[in-house]
Every structure is written in C-alpha cells, then in structure tokens.
Design a protein around this ligand. Structure first.
Ligand code: MN
Ligand code: MN
Length: 315
C-alpha cells in the first residue's frame, strides 16, 4: 500500500482540528482515496475526548514530524501553528477558516478558505456537494466542531453556512443542537479543578506579527468569574509558557459567554502597545473587553495592525 496522506489540524488541537480531520479523511475514503487518514498534532483536550468517546470514534494517529509526509492541512495555515518542520512536508491541500498565513507552498494546490465559524462547516458542505451522507458518528463529530468553535452558534464568527449545516448534521447524528451544545460546554471541565497550565494551553496558538512571536490562549466559559479569581496563578503560568516557547508576549483571553465579553490578561513585553491597541488600560487585573468574543476576528487583526505599525515606525 502507498504511504498514507495525513489530514491534520493545528498544534494544541481543538475539536474542530480533530473532527475536521476525521470527517475529511472519511469523505476522501468514501470517494475512493483509501490512503487518506486522520492525524493529530498533539494531545486531545477534554471536550474532544468526550466527542470521540460519545460517537465511538478512534483517536487519530499522532504525528510529531512533517518530514517526508504528504499532508492535507485543516483548521490552520500558519507556520507557527503547524508541525515544527512543516516546511519539510508536502502540503497537498488546505481547508481553512482563519486569516491567510505565512505558509509558502511551491506547487498549485487546493486552498479552500472561507470566513465561516468552523472548518467542519466546509467539510460538511463537501459531503453534501458530493452526495455522500455522513454516518451518524461523523455527522456528530462535525456538528461538535461547529458548536465548539462558534460557542453553540453564539460567537460573532458564526455564519449563515454554519447555521444551515448545524441542523442538517444534528438530524443525521440524532442529537438536539442546543442540548448537545450545552453538553460540549460541560465537557470542557470545571474551571476550578483544571490546572492553570491546562487553562492556558488547552486552546493556545502562536502567531508571528511582523517578526514578533506572540502566544494567545483562550478560555471560553459561561461565567468567567472563577477564572478571574485565579488571575495571579494564571499570570505566573503564562510567564512560564512565555519563557519555554521564547515568546515576546503572552495573552490570555478569558471569554465570558453570558456577559458577551472577554477578560484580557497579558505578560511580557509590549504591554503598553497591547493596551493602546485595544483602547484600554492594563492594570494588574488586566482589562475587560466588552463585546469581544473571538480571537480570530477581534484580537488577532488588532495585534497584527499594532505590530505592523511599530515595524513601520522603526523602519
Ligand atoms: Mn482550531
Ligand atoms: Mn476552527
């Protein structure tokens, strides 16, 4: 048999990275490409583990190196979020819903990027366009990814396509959208019992902003008060992560779903730059950003612009 083609999401994988990989590999298999397999670039978080157990889906293969591998990327296209040696792999396709990143690919490829709430929405759409009905477990996994990324269709990143795909998948999976959304939120675990490192790293991404390496973690919870109470401990753990990963700056976004806003905590250099960029002041308590729910839409573009301006001023 030929060497497999792995479908893989970003490091510190979330439910969208894992379930989009599983879903897309299943679709390609159904279309006759037997060598396509799902993979993961790290350990599963508690929510994703719950989803795979619930639908009796096997954990994808762990891939720690891209060298010599043929890969289909889902849910990322930035070097800082991909396997460390991604430049030594062959990227055949990308399925994405983030900003266009910095991955240079020498040959023409399928690069499908749309501003929808989850990569899984695009994968689900491919099933329907190809007249392949996802079995209940695959439909359930894709739905879980959409609900996870869009905070059960409440995030400002939610698109009409997400809203169309979710009920179709729910019917196939035999679940109720709102009940299943609440079940996933509960599976993220109790803030009080998770370690500070887990809270920061469960959904942590590194970015390259005009040559500055910045890490941004996000925790999305119905009520962020228990998170804010652990601020001192979180800041200390953020400093550890910053040192280990040689990052200039580490941000933690503590999203309070019911208040529809996020706490912002920052360690490292450029704290003033961050405060200015968000038109706020950063005390030891951090800041609360009203209406801010999305890292991708409301945090990353602001920092990208702020760091680009620094570069221009210095040039
Ligand atoms: Mn993701
Ligand atoms: Mn995603």
């Amino acid at each position: 048999m030929e060497e497999p083609i792995h479908v893989i999401g970003h490091k510190n994988p979330d439910t969208d990275s894992i379930c989009s990989a599983i879903g897309y590999a299943f679709l390609r298999n159904a279309l006759g490409d037997a060598e396509v397999r799902p993979a993961r670039a790290g350990n599963l978080n508690s929510e994703t583990r719950h989803v795979l157990e619930r639908f009796s889906l096997p954990e994808p293969d762990l891939l720690t190196s891209a060298t010599g591998q043929r890969l289909i990327l889902v849910d990322h296209n930035e070097v800082a979020q991909a396997l460390d040696d991604i430049r030594h792999g062959t990227v055949l396709e990308v399925w994405e819903h983030h900003r266009i990143g910095d991955l240079q690919i020498p040959s023409p490829i399928t690069f499908h990027c749309e501003p929808v709430g989850a990569t899984a929405t695009l994968i689900a759409e491919q099933f329907f366009l190809n007249d392949i009905k996802p079995p209940p477990a695959i439909a359930g996994a894709l739905l879980a990814a959409i609900l996870s990324d869009t905070l059960a269709l409440a995030s400002p990143t939610t698109s009409n396509k997400d809203r169309r795909m979710a009920p179709k998948l729910a019917a196939l999976a035999g679940v109720d959208v709102s009940e299943f959304g609440a079940e996933l939120m509960a599976a993220r675990g109790d803030i009080a019992t998770r370690s500070a490192r887990d809270l920061i790293e469960a959904d942590f991404k590194a970015f390259n902003f005009s040559g500055h390496r910045v890490g941004i973690g996000q925790v999305e919870v119905p009520d962020a008060r228990p998170l804010a109470q652990r601020r001192a401990e979180l800041l200390a753990a953020m400093d550890e992560v910053r040192a280990e990963q040689h990052l200039r700056l580490v941000l933690l976004i503590g999203t309070d779903i019911s208040r529809r806003g996020s706490h912002l905590w920052v360690v490292g250099e450029d704290r003033d730059l961050v405060a200015q960029a968000f038109h706020t002041t950063l005390s030891d308590e951090g800041a609360f950003l009203e209406g801010c729910m999305s890292r991708k839409k409301q945090i990353v573009p602001v920092l990208e612009t702020a760091f680009a301006a620094v570069k221009t001023a210095a040039a």
